[in-house]
Design a protein around this ligand. Structure first.
Ligand code: NAP
Length: 518
């Protein structure tokens, strides 16, 4: 799956929607789009405060540094134009005559527009006939019929955009795209449809939309040009590109795509790593079962269900009861493992040993230590199992005492309530690991234990990574303890996942550098 020599640009264009009050402002944005790396601009005439057709369109075509697509979207199709159809058609026809490279006409108006122009169209101008569904994504059969109607309406390029109610809706759109006999733009709107915008070169889409700035979208779910080019390596995506991603809900905050996509590029791996907003894990894996969907990170709330879905689970992940990494094997089966525990435990070992690398020939520095875990959820279990594996004596403190007791029984340890934790100091030199969300943004003034109690701990770890230095870690430093952050755990679990995804050693310095910026 390595990127081939000379591999580079695919044929799929990045189109920047241009929306502004005046033609002059639009020209400014067009230059910005070119600078950012767009291939083409979509001039949204319906966003202009007023349109003086001939002079405005002339300026917009003559001064545009990129090929153009003119769209004059009426309110009845989700746009801003609410005037009469004749004026709209005249403006679009004028755009064709003055040298527009593409114009967009809605399927509902296509027949009327074709009669209006009576076939008079300059050779160079391509007509995109479009259809937008802002509610859902129809069945594959209905989409097939829609494409046939769009083609029959005289489209040079077919365009349809639907709305994702579930991420599996995107699969039907990929299926249509890959089998299309004519150039096609097929997008699924909304966060659940994001993959359709990034992976379209893999399936042969004519173009994707990339915005100039975050949030300045012409349709829900559009990424920025910068994200397409720099985060997702869009230019390198082709038919053979393997798809990786993080499944979760919510998921858009995840930094994983930043790490893996940069590493894929530097290692010459033909892969792309995307955010996957998944509601139903089983439905997701039933739909995306091809070997091209090669590996997945898994986050809240899917770690347990994902384990149940795997054909084989690593024994440690089985004991923890959660997987955060799934690999699709060549025979199509799914293998699940848990790299959270490796990431957390190895970063704590490194923290205890200073610059040395985790376990040494004399064994883990955790052996024999009293290891207190706050929390009994997914991360709590991972830390408790990891510490036990390394020979530590484990204590679990949790808000729900029953859960603390159940986990303590499983790892052969002791259970405490959170209140008892403040007066728990049977010995000095203990390790403390917070695995709850206490102290996480926005509640950054919260902490799970008093500052006084921290004096008994040689090292304090916090799984939270927003903020990097939580109040717990700040107070631990003040109390003289060593600290290990959730960012270090995050990087550690990512090393392991990368190696499982690619079979190559993780670029550790690169991951550390990327996370240092954050
Ligand atoms: P989880 O399975 O939902 O478990 C949450 C734990 O936090 C439970 O023990 C819960 O106690 C406790 N908790 C939640 N809110 C609390 C509150 N207000 N007061 C007291 N206890 C509270 O979640 P998880 O997957 O283990 O994740 C936990 C944390 O670890 C999150 O902050 C997550 O971001 C972080 N994490 C970091 C990484 C990394 O790479 N750095 C990896 C995984 C997770 P109850 O049992 O009483 O509900």
């Amino acid at each position: 799956m390595e990127m081939g020599v000379g591999m580079g640009k695919n044929q799929t264009l990045i189109c920047a929607p241009i929306m502004a009050d005046t033609a002059d402002q639009m020209v400014e944005l067009m230059h910005k789009a070119k600078f950012k790396g767009a291939d083409i601009v979509e001039v949204r005439l319906d966003h202009l405060k007023s349109l003086d057709p001939r002079p405005d369109i002339e300026v917009l075509i003559r001064q545009c540094p990129l090929p153009t697509l003119f769209t004059y979207r009426p309110t009845w199709e989700g746009g801003e134009y609410n005037g009469n159809e004749n004026s709209r058609f005249e403006a679009l026809q004028l755009a064709m005559e003055l040298g527009a490279d593409h114009i967009d006409i809605e399927l509902k108006a296509a027949h009327e527009f074709m009669n209006f122009t009576r076939g008079n169209k300059p050779e160079k101008c391509k007509i995109i006939v479009s259809s937008h569904n802002y509610e859902y994504t129809p069945s594959a059969e209905e989409l097939g019929n829609l494409v046939a109607r769009i083609q029959a309406a005289g489209a040079d390029i077919v365009k349809f955009a639907t709305t994702a109610q579930d991420i599996t809706d995107v699969a039907r759109v990929f299926q249509i795209t890959v089998h299309s006999q004519v150039p096609i733009i097929a997008m699924v709107m909304g966060e659940r449809g994001l993959m359709s915008r990034i992976l379209c070169p893999k399936f042969g889409g004519y173009l994707t939309f990339g915005t100039l700035e975050e949030g300045k979208v012409s349709a829900p779910g559009q990424p920025t040009i910068d994200e397409l080019i720099s985060l997702y390596n869009f230019r390198y995506i082709d038919t053979d590109t393997k798809v990786f991603g993080i499944i979760g809900k919510p998921v858009s905050h995840s930094k994983s795509p930043k790490l893996y996509n940069r590493a894929f590029k530097e290692d010459g791996i033909n892969g792309v790593f995307v955010h996957l907003l998944v509601d139903d894990v089983n439905k997701f894996f039933d739909t995306y079962s091809s070997p091209d969907f090669s590996g997945f990170s898994c986050t809240i709330p899917h770690k347990e269900v994902a384990l149940a879905r795997c054909d084989e689970v690593d024994p440690v992940a089985k004991s923890i009861g959660a997987v955060n990494c799934l690999i699709r094997r060549l025979d199509g089966t799914l293998f699940g493992c848990n790299t959270d525990y490796v990431g957390a435990i190895s970063s704590i070992e490194i923290g205890l040993q200073g610059s040395q690398n985790g376990a040494t020939h004399i064994g883990s520095p955790l052996a024999g230590k009293l290891f207190v875990v706050i929390g009994a959820g997914g991360a709590g279990k991972a830390l408790a199992y990891g510490a036990k594996e390394k020979g530590a004596r484990v204590v679990i403190a949790n808000r729900s005492y029953d859960r603390a007791r159940d986990l303590a029984e499983l790892v052969g340890g002791k259970a405490l309530t959170l209140t008892e934790l403040n007066n728990f100091h049977p010995e000095t030199g203990m390790i403390l690991a917070n695995t709850t969300s206490i102290g996480m943004q926005p509640n950054i003034e919260e902490t799970p234990i008093s500052k006084e109690a921290l004096r008994n701990y040689e090292l304090v770890f916090d799984a939270i990574y927003t903020p990097k230095i939580t109040r717990l870690l700040r107070e631990a430093q003040e109390a003289g303890s060593k600290i290990v952050t959730g960012v270090e755990m995050f990087i550690g679990q990512a090393y392991e996942q990368y190696e499982r995804f690619t079979g190559l050693p993780a670029p550790k310095q690169l991951f550390t550098d990327i996370m240092a910026d954050y």
